[in-house]
Design a protein around this ligand. Structure first.
Ligand code: XBP
Ligand code: MG
Length: 254
C-alpha cells in the first residue's frame, strides 16, 4: 500500500466549468473576427468536445460541419492563427473574472497544500489558459502551488492518450499508485487511467453521460459544507463534501 503523495488535476471542466461560457464563446469571437459565419452553439460544441485540443477541434469541425470550406494557403497555418485569436479572447474572459473555480476546488487545493501534498496539473488546454485561470481565481502566487503544470502541445498525443498524465508523473518523479487524478470527461479518464491513476470524477453538463465505469469515485462536484456534493458512483462519503480526510480514507482502501 503506497502513501498518497500527490493530487493531479485536469483543468477544463474539473477546476472550472470553462467550456460552454468560456472556450466556446472565445471560439465564436475569433470566428467573427476572421469574418467567418461559424457559430458553435452549446449543442454543436458538445459534439465538438469529443475532440480535445482547440486546434484539433477546429479541424474536426471543418471536416464534419464545413466539408466544402477552402482557403488559399496552408490550412494548418490558418487553424493555428485562428486558434491564437481564440486564445486571446479566452484569456480576456479569464482576466475579466468571468470563469470561477468550481465549488470546493480552492478549499481542496488549500487543504492539500496545508498537509504538504504535492499538486500537479495535467491538461489538454493551452498553458497560458492555465496560468491566467489560476492567477484570476487564486492569485499570482498560486502557480507556485503546482510542482508540474503539464499542458497543451507539451506531449505528442493529447487526451484520451495517457501522454500528459505520464509526463506529469515523470516530472513529479512519482508512481501512479502514489497519486490520485481528478477529471471531468470520458477522454480525461481514459488518459488518467491509461497512465495507471486512480481517478475521481466531477461531472458537468457536457460529461454527465460519459462512461466513468473505471472511476474510483464519481461526484456531481467536490462540494462545500453549505453546498453538499452528490455521490453518483463509488463509496459513500462520511460527510457532505469531498475533503482530504475522505480522499485519504478512500485511498487507504485501494
Ligand atoms: C480541455 C480541452 C481543451 C479546451 C480548449 O482540456 O480539450 O482543448 O477545450 O483549450 P482539459 P485549447 O479538459 O484536458 O483541461 O483551445 O487551448 O485547446
Ligand atoms: Mg477536462
Amino acid at each position: 500500500m503506497s502513501e498518497l503523495k500527490a493530487l493531479i488535476f485536469d483543468v477544463d471542466g474539473t477546476l472550472a466549468n470553462t467550456e460552454r461560457d468560456g472556450h466556446r464563446v472565445a471560439f465564436n469571437q475569433a470566428f467573427a473576427d476572421a469574418g467567418l459565419d461559424w457559430n458553435w452553439t452549446v449543442e454543436v460544441y458538445g459534439d465538438l468536445l469529443s475532440v480535445t485540443g482547440g486546434k484539433e477541434r477546429i479541424r474536426f469541425y471543418l471536416e464534419k460541419y464545413q466539408p466544402d470550406f477552402s482557403i488559399e494557403g496552408d490550412l494548418t497555418e490558418f487553424i493555428i492563427s485562428l486558434h491564437k485569436k481564440k486564445t486571446d479572447h479566452y484569456l480576456a474572459l479569464l482576466q475579466q473574472g468571468k470563469i470561477p473555480l468550481r465549488p470546493g476546488v480552492e478549499r481542496l487545493l488549500r487543504e492539500a497544500r496545508d498537509e504538504g501534498l504535492t499538486l500537479g496539473i495535467a491538461t489538454t488546454t493551452t498553458p497560458a489558459n492555465v496560468s491566467y485561470l489560476l492567477e484570476a481565481t487564486l492569485g499570482a502566487d498560486s502557480l507556485d502551488w503546482f510542482d508540474v503544470i503539464a499542458a497543451g502541445d507539451i506531449v505528442p498525443a493529447k487526451k484520451p492518450a495517457a501522454d500528459i498524465f505520464i509526463y506529469a508523473l515523470e516530472k513529479l518523479n512519482l508512481n501512479a499508485n502514489q497519486c490520485i487524478a481528478f477529471e471531468d470527461s470520458g477522454n480525461g479518464i481514459l488518459s488518467s487511467v491509461g497512465a495507471g491513476l486512480k481517478t475521481i470524477i466531477t461531472v458537468n453538463d457536457y460529461t454527465h453521460e460519459h462512461d466513468f465505469s473505471d472511476a474510483f469515485l464519481v461526484l456531481d462536484q467536490f462540494g462545500e459544507p453549505d453546498n453538499p456534493c452528490k455521490v453518483l458512483q463509488g463509496a459513500s462519503l462520511d460527510n457532505s463534501y469531498l475533503d482530504l480526510v475522505q480522499i485519504r480514507r478512500l485511498f487507504a482502501k485501494i
